[in-house]
Design a protein around this ligand. Structure first.
Ligand SMILES: O=C(O)[C@@H](CO)OP(=O)(O)O
Length: 244
C-alpha cells in the first residue's frame, strides 16, 4: 500500500487578516507555527515517518514543513521546492480583504472567484506583478490570475511526473502546500465533479493522509486529529469569503 501525506500550511499572517494571498509570500502567524508543530506531533504519535518532502516556493508552506520536520525529529529529510505546488494565483484580488471584497461585490461573486472551477478572479494587469521579476520564477510563464482549472493544469503533471513516481519507488512523501493546490489534487484523487469541488475547503495545519493501492488508485483518505475541530476549521475557511 502506498501513501501520501499532505498538509496545508498553518495559519498565515494574511489568513489572520482575512486577505487573499495567492502568490504573495506571506509568513505564518504565531497560531500557524503552533498548528504546524502540533501536526508534526500528531504524525509522530501516529507512527508516520518520511524520507522525502515536497513543498511550494512560498514561505508559509516551507516553514510549515520545517516545523513538522522539527517536531518529528526529521530535519534531515531532503526537501524539494517547486512553484507548481504554489497557492493558485489570485490575480487582482491578491492582498484584498475577503469580507470587504464580498461587501463590495456580493457573497455570490466572491464565492465564484474563490471556489468555481473555471472562472478566474480578475487578472493583474500585465507588467504590474512583481512575481514575474522574482528570481524564483525565472523561466516560468508566470500567470496573471488562475482559476482552479489552471491550478489543476500545473499540479497534476507534478503528481504524475514527480510525486507518484517517488511514492511508487518506495519513498514516504510528505507534501506541504496550499488550500487550492491541495484542492486540485483531491479533486483528481476522489473524482470530484467541477460543481462539487466548490464546496470543498481544506483546513490549515491538519495532516491529510491518502492511501493508494498497487495501481496508485486512492482507496482511503482521512484527516489526522480531532474531527469536530477539523470540521469547524473547514467551515471557518468557507465563511472567510462572506461579508460581515
Ligand atoms: O487567499 C488564498 O490564497 C487562499 C488560501 O488562503 O484563499 P481561499 O481559501 O479564499 O481560496
Amino acid at each position: 500500500m502506498y501513501k501520501l501525506v499532505m498538509i496545508r500550511h498553518g495559519q498565515s499572517a494574511w489568513n489572520l487578516e482575512n486577505r487573499f494571498s495567492g502568490w504573495a509570500d506571506v509568513d505564518l502567524s504565531e497560531q500557524g507555527v503552533a498548528e504546524a508543530r502540533e501536526a508534526g506531533r500528531l504524525l509522530k504519535e501516529a507512527g508516520f515517518t518520511f524520507n522525502l518532502a515536497h513543498t511550494s516556493y512560498l514561505k508559509r508552506a516551507v516553514r510549515t514543513l520545517w516545523h513538522v520536520q522539527d517536531a518529528m525529529d526529521l530535519m534531515w529529510v531532503p526537501v524539494v521546492t517547486d512553484w507548481r505546488l504554489n497557492e493558485r494565483h489570485y490575480g487582482a484580488l491578491t492582498g484584498l480583504n475577503k469580507a470587504e471584497t464580498a461587501a463590495k461585490y456580493g457573497n455570490e461573486q466572491v464565492h465564484v472567484w474563490r471556489r468555481s472551477y473555471d472562472t478566474p478572479p480578475p487578472a493583474l494587469e500585465a507588467g504590474t506583478t512583481s512575481f514575474a521579476d522574482d528570481d524564483r520564477y525565472k523561466g516560468i510563464d508566470v500567470p496573471l490570475t488562475e482559476c482552479l482549472k489552471d491550478t489543476v493544469a500545473r499540479v497534476l503533471p507534478y503528481w504524475h511526473d514527480v510525486l507518484a513516481p517517488a511514492i511508487r519507488a518506495g519513498h514516504n512523501v510528505l507534501m506541504a502546500a496550499h488550500g487550492n493546490s491541495m484542492r486540485a489534487l483531491v479533486k483528481y484523487f476522489d473524482g470530484i465533479s467541477d460543481d462539487d469541488i466548490a464546496e470543498l475547503n481544506i483546513p490549515n495545519g491538519i495532516p491529510l493522509v491518502y492511501e493508494f493501492d498497487a495501481d496508485m488508485k486512492p482507496v482511503k483518505h482521512y484527516y489526522l486529529g480531532d474531527q469536530a475541530e477539523i470540521e469547524a476549521k473547514m467551515a471557518a475557511v468557507a465563511n472567510q469569503g462572506k461579508a460581515k
